[in-house]
Design a protein around this ligand. Structure first.
Ligand code: Z5A
Length: 212
């Protein structure tokens, strides 16, 4: 059995980056080999595409956006995710294909079949073993983003109605898919980390003794 591929998802300010780092530290302290990566990005070409995708003020038509997310994903899967899983490393990714279904599909309104087709090309069918969806009220997420002091990127400049559609899309997806778990991300980082560990620990028997 291969090592698990675990993806963190959620709206802006949900705490994904911080929780990815915490879970990686915990798994490594248990002696597991872990690769931490992210989308958009994860590879040199992917990080360049990320700069274009997130630059405020750049006009990016919706289908162009979809294809650029797909382009960075194909490099990510081929150069990072598949090689790591083949080595037996656990892969923790900050976002993956579900972001496209939710942001470009549910929130932006692009045709879902078009999204599934481009995602299939980009991933070659590689699905994560688990989507951990950090759920937070968009107003809370936005206030965290503002408090962080980082300038909002092009997509973070979308209005709260867009982020409400994002949240609803994730919640619907978690309710309908066994490989997705919704985690309440409104609590303190310690509480959220404990909830994530509970979910991951409960799933480990499904993944066998890989990654140890
Ligand atoms: N996107 C897309 O449209 N389609 C796609 O296919 C993909 C992505 C892959 C960039 O992603 C954008 O690309 C994203 C979706 C879109 N746009 N939006 N929105 P990103 O992952 O790089 O950007 P992000 O989701 O906006 O990241 P973020 O705001 O940095 O969120 P985060 O990683 O979930 O949170 P964080 O960095 O760990 O924490 C943010 C702040 O909140 C920080 O100051 C923390 O100290 C604070 N924080 C975190 N957790 C807590 C708790 N529990 N309590 C209080 N404060 C907290």
């Amino acid at each position: 059995m291969t090592a698990p591929f675990i993806v963190f998802e959620g709206p802006e300010g949900a705490g994904k980056s911080g929780q990815v780092a915490r879970l990686a530290e915990r798994l490594r302290s248990d002696g597991r080999s872990v690769v931490v990566t992210r989308e958009p990005g994860g590879t040199p070409i992917g990080e360049r595409i990320r700069d274009h995708l997130l630059r405020p003020g750049l006009e990016v038509p919706p289908v162009t956006e979809l294809l650029l997310f797909g382009a960075q994903r194909s490099a990510h899967v081929e150069l990072v995710v598949r090689p790591a899983l083949a080595r037996g490393d656990i892969v923790l990714s900050d976002r993956y294909a579900l972001s496209t279904l939710i942001y470009q599909g549910v929130a932006r309104g692009l045709d879902v079949e078009m999204i599934r087709s481009t995602t299939a090309i980009a991933t070659g069918g590689l699905e994560p073993d688990l989507y951990l969806i950090l759920d937070v009220d968009p107003e809370v997420g936005r206030s965290r983003q503002v408090s962080s002091g980082a300038a909002p990127d092009r997509i973070e400049r979308e209005d709260l109605a867009f982020m409400e559609r994002v949240r609803a899309g994730y919640r619907d997806y978690a309710a309908a898919n066994a490989h997705a778990e919704l985690v309440d991300a409104s609590a303190t980082p310690d509480t959220v980390a404990a909830a994530i560990l509970t979910v991951v620990t409960a799933r480990i028997p499904e993944w066998g003794s890989s990654g140890q």
